[in-house]
Design a protein around this ligand. Structure first.
Ligand SMILES: CC(C)(COP(=O)(O)OP(=O)(O)OC[C@H]1O[C@@H](n2cnc3c(N)ncnc32)[C@H](O)[C@@H]1OP(=O)(O)O)[C@@H](O)C(=O)NCCC(=O)NCCSC(=O)C[C@H](O)C(=O)O
Ligand SMILES: [Mg+2]
Length: 287
């Protein structure tokens, strides 16, 4: 885990055309916001949404939430203007949908730099096409400015003609390959959205699955999903206690082999326990 680690348990999309949602977001306990200019915004509303998103970023009214802008995809009539506006506003991240190759990542980074994006404005690439899945390892490693992959599971289901089902069997290969690519490149990765906003049990089950997979957090579409994601992607009190106990047992060892609660402990388990405590500390530091 790097020094730049920050919690991204709950990352909430909101249409930048929806001023009420933009206002409400100032009080929602999510770790990050994606101010959307793409799918959640109708074509005729895009220019105003672009202004709203830039104003939100520069307002300083969103506390310590990480702020990102999702631009329209490469090749659309809005993309270039979105990139210029986002670069000028200087959010923590510019989220680009439907990134298909490492060359696209490098072009996006060049475009951000040409538009004068500040150093702290990172690139977040969405993985949501079959082509991206086949290229995901190269995408993830294409630039140091790319710090987060975001799964676009709605588009993946659309593009593969599969279906949204409990357990997400049709998506497991794509999720797994993307997760491996992010970890190999040492960057963060966020799970996709859960569309059925009224089905809390289904949502929590998917959060649990995402955490077990290794995702850093989940992208969300409704404020009612924030609390569940914050809990699911944070180390539980039990996990923190176990991590402390395991590290204490390791530190007190007299031989190379230790057990804690009946389980073998090796250095790699200590590193995992230290990561758990670092995540817990970073969450606590959010206040
Ligand atoms: C899904 C929704 C359309 C539901 O909207 P609505 O019926 O209005 O919800 P509620 O009445 O329950 O809302 C209660 C209050 O919460 C505010 N609200 C709702 N959603 C958000 C939000 N996302 N962020 C902030 N605030 C929100 C409402 O304004 C209400 O406030 P108040 O009146 O003051 O009480 C709606 O939730 C929505 O639009 N969600 C976001 C949809 C979106 O962004 N979609 C695009 C991203 S998903 C995607 O494309 C992923 C990827 O690309 C892929 O392919 O998978
Ligand atoms: Mg999408």
């Amino acid at each position: 885990m790097t020094n730049e680690f920050r919690p991204r348990r709950s990352v909430l999309y909101m249409p930048s055309s929806n001023e009420r949602a933009l206002e409400k977001a100032k009080t929602i306990a999510c770790d990050a916001l994606i101010l959307d200019l793409e799918d959640a915004v109708a074509p005729e509303a895009k220019p105003e949404a672009r202004l709203n998103a830039a104003a939100a970023v520069t307002s300083g009214e969103y506390g310590n939430r990480e702020l990102t802008i999702r631009v329209n995809s490469i090749g659309t009539e809005w993309h270039d203007e979105d990139i210029r506006a986002a670069a000028a506003a200087g959010p923590h991240g510019v989220v680009v949908p439907k990134v298909n190759s490492a060359d696209e990542v490098r072009s996006l980074v060049a475009a951000l730099e040409a538009a004068g994006a500040p150093e702290h404005t990172k690139l977040w690439a969405m993985v949501e096409t079959p082509e991206a899945i086949f290229n995901v390892r190269e995408i993830a490693a294409a630039s140091p400015r790319l710090t987060v992959l975001v799964m676009g599971t709605n588009d993946l289901v659309k593009e593969t003609y599969s279906e949204h089902v409990p357990g997400r069997a049709p998506l497991l290969t794509a999720l797994s390959l993307s997760l491996l690519a992010a970890r190999a490149a040492g960057i963060a990765i966020l799970d996709g959205v859960y569309n059925d906003v009224k089905n809390l049990d289904g949502f929590l089950a998917e959060c649990e699955q995402g955490r077990q997979f290794g995702f850093d957090g989940k992208t969300l579409i409704h404020p009612g999903q924030v609390e569940g994601a914050n809990e699911a992607f944070a180390p539980s009190a039990q996990a923190i206690e176990d991590a402390r106990g395991l590290i204490a047992a390791w530190d007190a060892r007299e031989t190379g082999v230790v057990t804690y609660n009946g389980r073998m402990v090796e250095n790699l388990h200590v590193e995992s326990a230290q990561r758990t405590l670092s995540i817990a500390d970073a969450i606590a530091a959010l206040g």
